[in-house]
Design a protein around this ligand. Sequence first.
Ligand code: S3P
Length: 432
Amino acid sequence: MNDSTATSKFIEPIETGIRGVFTPPGDKSISHRALIVSALAKGFSHFTNFLEAEDCMCTVKALQALGVPIKVGVNEVEVRGVGLDGFQQPSEEIYVGNSGTTMRLLSGLLAAQPLEVTLSGDESLNSRPMRRIVEPLTEMGASFEGPDGASHGPLTIKGGPLKGIEFKNELSSAQVKSALMLAALSAKGDTTIVEPIESRDHTEKLFELFRADFELGRKSVTVHPTSKLIGLDFSIPSDISSAAFFIVAALLSEDSYLTVRRVGLNPTRTGFLEVLKNMGAKIDVRLVESNYEPMGDIKCFSSSLKGTTITGRMIPRLIDELPILMVAAAMASGETVIKGAEELRNKETDRIKSMCDNLKAMGVEVTEKEDGCIIHGRAFIRGGKVKSYGDHRTAMSMAIAGFLSQDGVEIEDIDCVATSYPGFFEDLEAMS
Ligand code: S3P
């Protein structure tokens, strides 16, 4: 690998197999929630394996601006929680960069505070849909201002006394569910959120750890008002979504054998492992411990993959892994059909378009559909010039495609990987 300009990178094809043991960085979704739930608790919380990436640091800075003392040390964080009602009015608007999780979850927290706070993001985040949180939080009693009737950021949240609601979401979205769960802690009466398919349940797991008062139903969660949460010590598992890039690289390069250690194995996040196994991947998963989140080791070996079908019901359990699964599909033999994945168009970029355009630019035959795509796998990626479109997961998927390609791949605009995985290129280099 060698840099050609400051922000573009050429990834050379791998020459030997990948062998070794690898521990990915801390889980991004859990890192955000660990900060937020610790801030809402009274007293000190301390956690290890925090993901010190740009997105999570946006949550750190936002909470600090709201008066929460947070110290980020080497691989550990200390939060002096202010309790459910101890947040302070910030002196200016809070910038949350590219982080959708920060904007949506903090909107839920702020909905219950007697403050007026503006959260703004970068161009990509300010163009992402916000009505999905604004409508139910407004029904609970908060008010919002923002472009197009608060359809997008910057969002100004005027919090106030909230009442519990029953919200039947048409989407499965952990960000929407979590925003409402955070607001619901301080609402009058119960709040129930129902989803068509269960989304990732990390907020529920942390609520359980912190002993918030809530109940789980089939595809629903009901949060009862909670008077107090108390600070705790805990550890964050490594991020299975970051591991996914290296798992696919190891499966599809010859003579490879990779062990991924102490990675989160929450079943709401492991859908891509099941899809890869259906495609013929040799993967062994071993649960090592199950504290508030299951965690374990994944072993993977070089495999020949065949095409598969990924449909709507499976999508929430692998939504963030679809870009790298599209690379795996190109390196498989036969057709892979992805359906019911229209939510992918609402991510940091339109990931259906970014991935289809990039795969085409590398010589892969792809048909783009409104809700997914069809990839005609030939177990071959030629290589070429591609773009990240400012999206970390598109960039990292392209890097793995380059690794597995015949001629290598030049990726334009790679700085965005720092939002979720600042050490990605060093880790990739170490494996080649
Ligand atoms: C996330 C939920 C998912 C996921 C995102 C992180 C979270 O988004 O794609 O990367 O931490 O709650 P949606 O809630 O929009 O599905």
